[in-house]
Ligand binder design. Structure first.
Ligand code: NAD
Length: 337
């Protein structure tokens, strides 16, 4: 009997690719999402790519009664928790909303998991917990010092999950610090589909290349980096999804307590380098302007991926060229659900 895994935020960018990867590995995913940043229209694509039926539960993660119903209706044995708010700049002006959904949502989930006797959880944390540590690449032993509200909400959740596992040895928790999930499914059928203006670099590039947006706005060219633009560790979303399934298998079978792992390629690329690679992928120039720095941003962020290799036997297998080629293929197919 395949295991049922609840994927909160499973209609979103990261969650939907995890759903596909779970199905590919013989699990039966169930999606819970309120579609505040996604759309139920993704379901038919998701099922076509995953090759299985995927039940969808429409619910806010903070709704404990809806969560109870989900655990009652499906024999869920584990949860991958991706539901949350993720925009660093937006988080600076909406702290209440970000704490409410990211922290409050996780408290509600943990409460209901406890009631249901389900103790295996993989949490989609983020590189933003580190902040500007000055360490590049950064490994998991570096003390987090988030420089944004988003990062602080992620760190509060991480610490809560460690406290939970400390208090009760039944919990098996993976805390995965994703760096910059990017690209799209190689089928061209799934990808990042932000509502309204895109805030992440790859969808911004795709929309400019497709003529849907005028210029790429580069958020500052006076950072302390070789070309003055921010450096990030871009990791292909399918590689990231693979890591989540490995982490699920690892914590479920071999790990009590909390396992914290960075998920990045280990290589940093500046905004201008990504622009050049995207121009190669789409075969056209990207018009760009220099705008102001975004609140909460930092100059460099890059993972040391050794722990992921050692604990999960995982490494990023797709480079920036595949990230740009897949993001462009998705955009040419419409870039939306
Ligand atoms: N994309 C990134 O750059 C990145 C990097 C590291 C970590 N993460 C983390 O991974 C997770 C998923 O990111 P993503 O890029 O897929 O974002 P996303 O916005 O595409 O997906 C999040 C999903 O959660 C849903 N959601 C939001 N609030 C909800 C609520 N209250 N109840 C139920 N569902 C809700 C949204 O509708 C959406 O489908 C987030 O927690 C994010 O912080 C993202």
């Amino acid at each position: 009997m395949p295991e049922r895994v609840l994927v909160t935020g499973g209609a979103g960018f990261v969650g939907s690719h995890i759903v596909v990867e779970l199905a590919r590995n013989g699990y039966q995913p169930v999606v819970l999402d309120d579609f505040s940043a996604s759309t139920p229209a993704i379901r038919s694509r998701l099922e076509a790519v995953a090759g299985v039926a995927v039940p969808f539960i429409t619910s806010d993660i903070r709704d404990v009664n809806a969560l109870r119903a989900a655990f009652h209706d499906y024999p869920i044995t584990a949860v991958i928790h991706c539901a949350g708010l993720k925009k660093v700049a937006e988080s600076q002006s909406r702290p209440l909303g970000y704490y409410d959904v990211n922290v409050g949502g996780t408290l509600a989930l943990a409460q209901v998991m406890g009631e249901a006797g389900v103790a295996t959880l993989v949490y989609s944390s983020a590189a933003s917990v580190y902040g500007d540590t000055g360490e590049v690449p950064v490994d998991e032993t570096v003390a987090p010092c988030p420089s944004s509200v988003h990062g602080r909400t992620k760190l509060v959740v991480e610490n809560f999950l460690r406290d939970l596992a400390q208090a009760n040895a039944n919990w098996r928790i993976g805390v995965l610090r994703g760096f910059n999930p990017s690209g799209a499914h190689s089928s061209g059928m799934m990808g990042e589909a932000p509502r309204g203006p895109a805030t992440h670099l790859l969808p911004q590039l795709a929309r400019v290349a497709a003529g849907e947006a005028a210029d790429l706005v580069i958020c500052g060219d006076d950072w302390d980096t070789p070309d003055g633009t921010c450096i990030r560790d871009y990791v292909h979303v399918q590689d990231l999804a693979d890591a989540f399934v490995r982490a699920l298998r690892h914590v479920a079978s071999r790990h009590n307590g909390t396992l914290t792992v960075n998920l990045g390629s280990g290589a940093g690329h500046s905004v201008l380098e990504v622009v050049a690679e995207f121009e190669r992928a789409c075969g056209r120039p990207i018009p760009r302007v220099i705008g102001p720095r975004r609140p909460g941003d930092i100059a460099r962020s890059c993972a040391n991926p050794q722990q992921a290799a050692a604990k999960l036997d995982w490494r990023a297998t797709r480079g920036l060229d595949a990230i740009c080629a897949d993001a462009w293929r998705w955009q040419r197919n419409g870039g939306r659900y």
